[in-house]
Design a protein around this ligand. Sequence first.
Ligand code: NAD
Length: 437
Amino acid sequence: MRIVMIGSGYVGLVSGACFADFGHHVTCVDKDANKIARLRAGGIPIYEPGLDGLVARNVAAGNLAFTTELSEAVSAADVVFIAVGTPSRRGDGHADLSFVHDAAREIAGALSGFTVIVTKSTVPVGTGDEVERIIHECNPAAEFAVASNPEFLREGAAIEDFKRPDRVVIGIEDERARAPLEEVYRPLSLNKAPIVFTRRRTSELIKYAANAFLAMKITYINEMADLCEQVGADVQEVARGIGLDNRIGGKFLHAGPGYGGSCFPKDTLALMKTAQDHDAPLRLIEATVAVNEQRKRAMGRKVLAAIEGPVRGRAVALLGLTFKPNTDDMRDAPSIAIIQTLQDAGAKVRAYDPEGMEAAKTVLSDVEYASSAYAAADGAAATVIVTEWDAFRALDLTRLGAAMADPLLVDLRNIYRPAQAEAAGLRYVGIGRPGKS
Ligand code: NAD
């Protein structure tokens, strides 16, 4: 199949490279000329484990190409995926669909022969109808079908998720889209991935319903952690005790500083707005959004409360800035609000992140960047673990404590056992655990 991916970001680049690896001919398009130049020169604009090798292999095999010129690629394509960003619209939280609509207009002018156009971006219910309308309006003679195929990959494990998904969801309104999309995903049948065909609006909603549910699950255990701190229970054991029930499941039950990233915050907000607009408000999601929003600053206050004496002018070390490990993505990372809260109290923030510091520099100000966890901790009033990178899982706690002015470890990911930290001479504060919380 000849596939075009419009948008070569986290989703477009990973999906494009994986489709190429399946043997399809893929052209990844992006309007960001720097990104395309870097890809053409053999570089990878994002950090995603394994992506460099996958891209290099498929470029060398002639299955994967990069361009800023959409027209030529689209006119030769069987299937065109739209994988552009759908950020929150400024002001009201609805999904900003301007990139999707622009892409639809550009695609419309380039279509030649029957083509399936697929929204892979996360888009609100009804966007497929609008994409169809735009293309028809721009090019009334075009032969096309518009399908929905939301992406469920997780950054940090994106290639594995794409190649071995729990399911592939495809929403179609026009039967002519079915066979080409079956062909696109046929290699996955070897991996026994269920392909769920449904209607387009249902498919669009499945993506939001999944993300909102996961965000709600995280928020549920986070609130349970707060209760644990008040009543002397251990949230780790509560999570294990409920997660072993198959109806609940143990995943996404790790208490922490609140969810962040490029998807959950904007998708929960967009779903909430869609539901309100259709007079079917989703109260659980509204509560999830509100609880998570206030939690991030509350984590900053938790650090401040744990520090003995005045905070103003003292250094606080942050380990991990990205919203989760194995990515350089800083979009809506909890570290942003935590740092703001610490800075508001007059603390000097010194941070270390294995991959995220370049991206962090574009969203954070007045932060000093360190070359290692120990360098960050040097002379600090507290060290705070914000992101559970592997590099922070086996720190020499004695060395860490010795480097600090006050040996206080605030572990917002519960990586360490309190007794282990205390044995190394640290004062330990975790999330939702008995004793000092
Ligand atoms: P991203 O910002 O990393 O990439 C989007 C790319 O699209 C950018 O490089 C941008 O330059 C390009 N672009 C925008 N308009 C274009 C146009 N008209 N023509 C060509 N290129 C254009 O975004 P992302 O993280 O890959 O997310 C893309 C979509 O996938 C979003 O809707 C997101 O919600 C969804 N999604 C993301 C993830 C994730 O983990 N990042 C997972 C599942 C779904």
